[in-house]
Ligand binder design. Sequence first.
Ligand code: FPP
Length: 251
Amino acid sequence: MSFKDQIIAEKLPLHVAIIMDGNGRWAKKQGKIRTFGHKGGVLAVRDTVEGAAELGVKFLSLYAFSTENWKRPRWEVDALMELLVDTISKETKTLMDNNISLQAIGDMDSLPPKCRRQLQDTINITSANTRMTLILALSYSSRWEIVNATRKIASQVASGQLKPEEIDDEVFAKQLCTSFCPDPELLIRTSGEHRISNFMLWQIAYAELFFTEKLWPDFRREDLFEAIVDFQKRDRRYGMVNEKQSDDQHA
Ligand code: FPP
């Protein structure tokens, strides 16, 4: 039976987040430069987005460019930004055809103006689409986001709008870039690395983690389906006990 056939529609994760990793190694294995891997990664993005929408996942987040990625060689950063602009522009029609809206999280001010403009255009054009929201994390890092949120809350306290004792999880989460969506229930990382790399640290508090050896350009919707099948087998307790364990203790 295919992974897709094993998926229980009623138990789909509402939000899946992916750390796309391994583009450089994929290119190197073929004797090519790193940007070849990023181009290969675009095909994986396309197939994964379509696969997620086809299943009925409501939010799909992709870690496309981290704050740390600015430290890569200039030619690679430029090529990545170019590829992003190009892909977002070309895929706007696909997003419209599939009723998918685009959102971006991260430090938009640090992106090249051309990239910011293209993103904003596609975000605006797709804003009424309802089937799925694709969230691109660009110039994003979780610590940056948390520090930013803390600053906003501190200034609300300083101006008397908010009392320190009123700060709770909900108040804090409202100041994060992801305030418009639920937390991811499933986080996937490709390329065999078992790290979170500063991605959605607050939001993945209760997420299930799935690591695969596949390099990102080789990732396809079947791999997403495999991760979801695995997710559906997990016993999600959020720090509580499940009914079976609780019954056993009382027996
Ligand atoms: C990680 O691989 C990948 C990235 C930093 C960029 C991801 C970008 C894309 C897939 C291209 C376009 C994306 C969209 C959303 C249109 P790496 O370079 O860190 O690989 P390595 O760990 O093997 O060096």
